[in-house]
Write a protein that binds this ligand. Structure first.
Ligand SMILES: [Fe+2]
Ligand SMILES: [Fe+2]
Length: 167
């Protein structure tokens, strides 16, 4: 009898491939986000959420799936919903949640992770451990991306700043 044990990497890419097979999701690759593209941002947040939730023995599949969909929106969605720049930070979780419901089957934890990832900018607090992980990982990654891509600070310096100074 052959027992195959999946590595963390292959479990992660199994989750990722469900999303990457959807055209609208792949469109995120062409949208700027924190000086990089939105798909790379999502991938970083989802990988970190996957590792943290596995380490904490949470529902890592829902946590990673929630992270995959947390910023699932395009420029067209913002135009369609008439979302102005000043409302963008508060509105985009709802737009991402509508898209998630339209393109994927989502559970309560994933819905909460998408809806509350901008807390405390939005009022509703994350209800589950998994959604709290997505909310924190999104902040850490956004901070890292801001320094690395927006300010152009090198990888090593950004790493030292984020890991050595802040944690
Ligand atoms: Fe977001
Ligand atoms: Fe994000």
């Amino acid at each position: 009898m052959v027992i195959s044990v999946k590595t963390n990497k292959s479990v992660y890419y199994d989750i990722y491939s469900e999303f990457y097979n959807v055209n609208k999701f792949r469109e995120l690759k062409s949208i700027m986000h924190h000086g990089d593209n939105r798909l790379n941002h999502i991938n970083r947040v989802a990988k970190l959420s996957f590792n943290v939730s596995k380490f904490l023995k949470c529902d890592y599949i829902s946590c990673t799936r929630g992270a995959m969909m947390h910023d699932f929106f395009t420029k067209e969605d913002l135009t369609k919903t008439n979302t102005k720049y000043n409302k963008f930070l508060k509105m985009h979780p709802t737009i991402a949640l509508n898209n998630a419901n339209k393109y994927f089957e989502i559970n309560e934890i994933e819905e909460d992770a998408i809806k509350t990832h901008m807390y405390p900018i939005t009022k509703e607090k994350p209800k589950y451990k998994e959604s709290k992980i997505v909310c924190i990982c999104d902040k850490l990654i956004s901070f890292y991306e801001f320094f690395r891509f927006e300010l152009g600070i090198t990888y090593v310096f950004a790493y030292i700043f984020c890991v050595r100074v802040l944690i």
